[in-house]
Each structure stands twice: as C-alpha cells, then as structure tokens.
Design a protein around this ligand. Structure first.
Ligand SMILES: [Zn+2]
Ligand SMILES: [Zn+2]
Length: 354
C-alpha cells in the first residue's frame, strides 16, 4: 500500500488528545495512517459544538484515547493509491461518519442507523489535530467559503437532512423555536424550499440578533426569559396565528417548549423534534390531539449523504452563515474554548490552525 502526496510531510503532528474523560493535553503524535481509500487532510479549521462537551465528559459513545473534532475542514495533503478525483491542495470538508454497508439498516438503505457506525472525532481520531484522514467517499470539495465558515457544512448537512424529513409543501407557514446555528440554517433552507411565512421565536440576545442579520425569518418573536412573561408572549403568538403553523420546529432542546410547541401546529401539520434533549427528558402530549388533528411528529438527527446539498447551498451563499462562528481558538486554548462553550459566551466556536 502506498500513497500520493508531498514527501516532505512531517513525521509528527500536534493534536489535542484525551487520555480519558476530562483529561486532555496537546501531544505530538505520528500522522494518521493513510489507508488505500483515504484522504489525508491538513486541517485548517475544526468546528466545535455541544457534542464536544459531551465527549469531554465521556458521553456520546466517546472512545479514549481520542482526538476529538467532527467538523473538519482543510486541504488535501496526500491520499491512498486507490483514491481518484483529488489533488494535493484541494480545499475540502469531511463527513465524519463511516458506514459499514452490511448491517441490518445499511442493507435497507437506512445508513443513518448503521449498527457499526464509526464517527471520526467520537470513536476514532478526528480534526483537533494538524492532520486527519477520512475515506475519500466522505471528503468533499468546496470553493468559496472561508475555512472557518466551512466548518458549518457538517451542521448544515444535518439541517438538510431535517429538510428532507420535513418535506415541506410549498406555501407552508413555519414556527421555529430557538435561534442556534443549525436552527438558523434550517430556517433558511425551509424558506427556500416551500416555507413561506417563517417565524423565529427565541429570547432576545446575540442569537436573535444574528437571526435578523442573516435575514432568516419574516417575523421575530422575542420570548422573555422569565417564565410567566414568556407564557404570556406565547399566548399572544397563538392569538395572532389562530390556525397555527403548518410546520413547528422545536430547536432549543427544551422539553417544556416541546410540550407547548404542539399547541402551535395547525390541523394536519408537522411537529419537528429537532433539539438535543437529555436522556431523562419526558414530555406529555395529548394523543387525542395528535389523533384528531392528524399531527405528524417528526424526529430529525444527524445526516447521511447530505454534504453535497449543504455545499451547494452554503458555498453559493444561498444559505448565509456569516457570523455564526463568532469565536476562534488555537489548539492550545482548548480550556478557554470549553469555558466559552459552558458559559455560552459564543454562538459557535472553531479551532483554527496556521
Ligand atoms: Zn457537531
Ligand atoms: Zn451498517
């Protein structure tokens, strides 16, 4: 087995490695092995998201020792002998999933549920390192996005999958709870694919300001943080839209909001469960309402095969992402990055390399 690429690749690279949950350090380690079908990426930027906080705590199936990082962007540095269609220097983004192709779900075309799913940055090493390898079939070229903005292609792929699941009819009215990164991308995709009147409901603050600057909605409802005032504002919203919305997306991960969200769904409409919820969270919904109003409850998590769609929308600026990543850190600043994520002083962060 050989590989193609510059012979001046270094022997060692810097990486952020966890030896176990909560124990990390910057290490020097050999470059990852390039399998016959692999592309070696010189990493330029790696997105950071809530998943990485769970990985820090050893959750989400994290397998240590581990180099995290599942939103990897960079340049092709080398590739295995079986790889075609890439050149050294190509700007690329990696889909972090490897699918087995032969399990119960893969054989039925439901690869999202692959029993042997391998996630780079969760179970095997990912992009918080100077170099990372991915199978060539999971590596995609892009042209226009900055390296930092390109880290949003992974979350945008998940939003694109959400759009497929929702399958909006043209002229649909939409209510979206939450103004986080994937919600704002999904809002824009919905508006360009059947969503007609888009309402975003979220607390006032930097995320709502960002939603406005991205022109993600037709109407913005600022929900007070205090519970009673928020309930009153929700009542007003209901009164203003007595027939409800064709599509209601819960994108905050708050089970209480999900419980209330169903009251905004029009008869025959869709309730989309789109946040990340705790394992212990429960909601109570009226089965009679779901039955009589024929409400479709839709789950959307992760993605497969949606990178080309995400690149098509983001790289042509049909979906705008400027300002979503609002803070970048160097590998050595990982603790500061974790702190910023924990105290929510960033909307979305990325690790950058020279
Ligand atoms: Zn993520
Ligand atoms: Zn499988």
């Amino acid at each position: 087995m050989g590989s193609t690429g510059p012979s001046n690749l270094p022997a060692l690279m810097r990486a952020l490695e966890y030896s176990e949950a909560r124990k990390f350090s910057i290490v020097k380690k050999p470059l990852p092995k390039i399998r016959e079908q692999d592309v070696l990426i010189k990493v330029k930027a790696s997105g950071v998201c809530g998943t990485d906080l769970h990985i820090h705590d050893g959750e989400f199936g994290a397998q240590f020792p581990l180099v995290p990082g599942h939103e990897t962007v960079g340049e092709v540095a080398a590739f295995g002998q079986g790889v075609q269609g890439f050149e050294v220097g190509d700007r690329v983004v990696a889909d972090n999933s490897e699918l087995c192709g032969h399990c119960f779900y893969c054989r039925r075309g439901k690869e999202l549920f692959c029993d042997n799913f391998i996630a780079h940055g969760v179970m095997v090493d990912g992009g918080f390192a100077e170099y990372a390898t991915y199978p060539a079939c999971r590596v995609f070229k892009f042209k226009n996005l900055s390296d930092v903005d390109a880290t949003l292609l992974e979350p945008a792929s998940c939003a694109a999958h959400g759009l497929d699941k929702i399958a909006p009819q043209m002229g649909s009215s939409v209510l979206l709870f939450g103004a986080g990164p994937t919600g704002l991308i999904l809002a824009q995709l919905l508006r360009q694919n059947g969503g007609c009147h888009m309402v975003i409901a979220a607390p006032a603050g930097v995320k709502m300001d960002l939603a406005k600057s991205l022109d993600a909605a037709d109407e913005y409802i600022e929900l007070p943080r205090e519970a009673q005032a928020s309930a009153a504002r929700m009542k007003e919203l209901q009164a203003d839209h007595p027939y409800g919305f064709d599509i209601v997306v819960e994108a905050t991960g708050n089970a209480k909001i999900l419980e209330n969200a169903i009251n905004f769904v029009t008869k025959g409409g869709k309730l989309v469960v789109y946040g990340v919820y705790g394992d212990e969270d429960l909601v109570s919904l009226s089965p009679n309402k779901i039955f009589k109003d024929e409400i479709n409850v839709i789950g959307s998590f992760s993605q497969v095969y949606k990178f080309p769609a995400a690149i098509a929308y983001l790289d042509e600026k049909r979906v705008k992402v400027d300002g979503i990543v609002n803070k970048v850190f160097k590998l050595e600043e990982w603790q500061a990055c974790l702190d910023a994520l924990n105290n929510k002083s960033v909307i979305k962060a990325a690790i950058v390399f020279d």
